[in-house]
Design a protein around this ligand. Structure first.
Ligand code: ATP
Ligand code: MG
Length: 402
């Protein structure tokens, strides 16, 4: 991608309302744009980052047998009445009426929709276990949409749902999902903490949250010293032991839902081996991919801009041409592209200062500079290091693809 064609260009100033690093830098660097409170456009570079996050999640969900699909966002009231959540989740749901007076909710989650599918298609123990997931928009009437993309009223989530013949089978799978989530967050470069939490409007059982320590977080977690495990605030209350208190961002949450709140209320039963009818055991598992992008910026930035981890960076290389004329730059650009490297190529005639400042702001892991001084070589610099090196184009490619 040539910088001259990239939509949009970087901004000099962060919005005045921006307090958190992700809000300031993602807006200034042109990754996201705010339509209104809690509502964001993922601009082309932001969409690339979220695409990479989603791909990591997708690979790990497929690894544990998840099947990807896509469910609707506009839900009829009747389906939410079956579990009583039309009333119980009133605060968080956006509800609307069409011109004929029929009532709907915009999806804030999909348990009821999955259960409706299971009722139609799962009849026997032979149809179980089953795990399905999708990536989709969630709408939530958040009281305070704040912290940039960390808390939206409309945001992207991967939600996985699993169905089982028994509690034992559910809990075995729940543990698998926990490990898959840890893998996802490690691949994204997070130092992840797993905390026990309550289930909110989802379940009366305890759940597990995946937390990243950051000042911008709205959560308080209690960590057993020397471990990456602990409790969130609601669950910790009343405990006497010594724990370390940290501010954190919840990036994922898994729920062992059981049978009482969904299968029994919606009448979702299967026929077991012995011919008896039993309710289907249910679990649900969420990761907020847009919040993950914001969290990555919160934990990886300096005063000049973002420092993307390699695994989710919008491009592998930011190539900056400081020479008059494009010729040498194009040679390097095309060489990199041929080798399968994703490149943002700044070929504009803006000042060197402006171009290098943009490279720091945008935060692509490797910066390559072509200048009058570099001859037929390129200057290599990593975003999180100060050292520069002169390399041949071939050497540079080799380092990027390794
Ligand atoms: P929070 O406590 O922050 O309001 P939650 O516990 O209500 O979040 P869940 O229902 O557990 O959220 O949703 C699963 C995941 O979706 C969360 O772990 C988070 O990554 C993401 N998420 C939830 N709410 C938002 C939001 N308003 N904006 C962006 N991401 C969100
Ligand atoms: Mg949660």
């Amino acid at each position: 991608m040539r910088y001259s064609q990239l939509f949009p260009k970087t901004l000099r100033e962060a919005p005045k309302s921006a307090i958190t690093a992700n809000h300031k830098f993602l807006v200034r660097a042109g990754f996201v744009d705010q339509l209104m409170a809690g509502s964001w456009t993922l601009l082309p570079m932001g969409w690339r980052v979220v695409g990479k996050i989603n791909q990591i999640i997708r690979e790990e969900m497929n690894n544990i047998g998840g099947q990807e699909m896509l469910m609707p966002l506009l839900h009829p009231k009747e389906i939410w009445n079956q579990t009583g959540r039309w009333e119980a989740a009133d605060e968080v749901m956006y509800k609307l009426k069409d011109t004929r007076g029929k009532e709907y909710a915009l999806s804030f989650t999909h348990e009821e929709i999955v259960m409706d599918l299971v009722k139609k298609f799962v009849h026997s123990y032979k149809d179980l276990p089953l795990a399905v997931y999708h990536f989709s928009t969630k709408f939530r009437n958040e009281l305070r949409a704040q912290g940039g993309v960390l808390r939206g009223r409309e945001f992207l989530m991967k939600d996985l749902y699993s169905l089982h013949v028994s509690e034992e089978d559910l809990m075995g799978y729940y543990e698998k999902v926990k490990q898959a989530y840890i893998k996802v967050f490690r691949r994204i470069g997070f130092d992840i903490y797993v905390t026990e939490a309550s289930g909110g409007v989802f379940t009366d059982k305890h759940t597990h949250e995946f937390q990243v320590v950051a000042d911008a977080g709205e959560d308080t977690i209690y960590i057993k010293p020397g471990t990456h495990e602990g409790f969130n605030k609601e669950v910790f209350e009343g405990r006497e032991e010594d724990y370390e208190v940290k501010r954190s961002i919840e990036v994922g949450n898994i729920f062992p839902l059981g049978v009482a709140k969904y299968a029994e209320k919606m009448g979702v039963y299967f026929t077991d081996k012995d011919g008896s009818k039993k309710p289907v055991w249910f679990g649900s598992y969420g990761i907020g991919s847009t919040r993950v992008m914001g969290t990555a910026v919160e934990v990886r930035h300096d005063d000049r801009g973002i420092i993307w981890p390699k695994s989710i960076a919008p491009y592998d290389v930011h190539l900056v041409n400081l020479r008059a004329g494009d010729q040498e730059g194009v040679r390097v650009y095309e060489g990199l592209q041929k080798a399968g490297v994703e490149v943002l190529y700044d070929e504009t005639d803006r000042s060197a200062g402006e171009k290098l400042a943009d490279a720091d702001l945008i935060g692509i892991p490797v910066r390559l500079v072509v200048s009058e001084k570099t001859g037929d070589k390129v200057e290599w610099k990593e975003r999180d290091k100060d050292r520069t090196e002169l390399l041949s184009v071939e050497e540079a490619i080799k380092r990027v693809v390794q």
